[in-house]
Design a protein around this ligand. Structure first.
Ligand code: BDR
Ligand code: CA
Length: 306
């Protein structure tokens, strides 16, 4: 599996859960401009790996801007460092020299057919660039399980769009039209997995270096974004991807046709989700429900293993 991410508070928690899970053979973590600039994302991924004791996982820096639109960051939510109030250890190894896109292409070219899972939790710029540059790499992909989009829940960066799809709508469109096996976890499901006061108490009670860092990150999001998230607390968007990969039976899914709009500006990054039909064949599995208590317990249990 390759995790392509923009850490980011919730990306970092997704990384912790993945780092702790022996079910995954982690080939690498690739980073992309999103919540914060790509240099910061790459450093955060290295710091997260250092805290988790996973210095064996190579980290790559990827695209520093979307395919066609100007960069849009989310440091108003994740903080200037991208990790809220958490102070992570310094990186324990350097960044890889190769660009993330080259790593993705090389890995997929060498991989046995349909063997590599891609788990993107940021804007899809790296993945789309790799697919555009080397379309034959699709052969090595087993599936993509990604965080992005919104249907019934409405957007979080505009009324119509979720941040990852908004940040690089052309990349999201390339991925949606790729013909690859896609599972899409958008706000409809991720907003169901919240850091309630009771769950925060469980996180604090775990009291390990990793859970303390996670609590500091989420605490920051709750503090600056409390007016939006309210009493239910911050949503754990990106960890839903890892929870889905570990225990898909916790989630409700339906086949769907997902069409990505890139324009006009008011619709940029909007995911039009409709039931499949003769004129609109299914191109994705759309995830719209989760047993939140079980998913939170799973993520917490994994983090406490580190
Ligand atoms: C997504 O946007 C980012 O801010 C989060 O990390 C998550 O991937 C949610 O819309
Ligand atoms: Ca993210």
């Amino acid at each position: 599996m390759i995790i392509d991410c923009d850490p980011g508070v919730d990306d970092c928690i997704a990384l912790f859960a993945a780092f702790a899970s022996p079910e995954f053979e982690l080939l690498g973590v690739t980073t992309v401009a999103g919540n914060v600039p790509v240099e910061v994302c790459a450093r955060n991924a290295l710091c997260a790996a250092a805290l988790a004791g996973r210095v064996d996982v190579p980290v790559f820096r990827g695209c520093d801007r979307p395919l066609r639109v100007a960069p849009a960051f989310a440091d108003h939510i994740h903080g200037e460092t991208g990790l809220g109030n958490a102070a992570l250890p310094e990186p324990a190894r350097p960044l890889q020299d190769a660009h993330a896109v080259d790593f993705i292409i090389d890995t997929l070219r060498r991989a046995p057919e349909a063997s590599v899972t891609l788990a993107p939790t940021g804007p899809l710029t790296n993945i789309a660039t790799a697919l555009r540059r080397a379309p034959e790499i699709a052969r090595g992909v087993r599936e993509l399980v990604l965080m992005g989009g919104a249907d019934a829940a409405g957007g979080n960066i505009t009324p119509k769009a979720e941040f990852n799809f908004y940040a690089d709508p052309h990349a999201a469109q390339t991925v949606m039209q790729s013909g690859l096996k896609l599972t899409v976890l958008g706000l409809d499901v991720t907003l169901q997995l919240r850091c309630t006061a009771a769950r925060m108490a469980r996180l604090h009670a775990a009291d390990t270096p990793v859970t303390r860092a996670a609590a500091a990150m989420i605490g920051h999001v709750n503090a600056v974004y409390g007016a939006v998230y309210g009493a239910e607390g911050a949503a754990l968007h990106d960890p839903c991807v890892i929870a889905y990969l570990l225990r898909p039976e916790l989630f409700a899914v339906r086949p769907a046709h997902v069409a990505l709009l890139t324009a006009p500006e008011a619709m940029r990054g909007h995911a039009g989700v409709s039931p499949p039909g003769p004129e609109r064949p299914a191109n994705a599995v759309w995830v719209d429900g989760v047993d939140a208590e079980a998913a939170f317990s799973l993520i917490l249990e994994r983090m406490t293993r580190l």
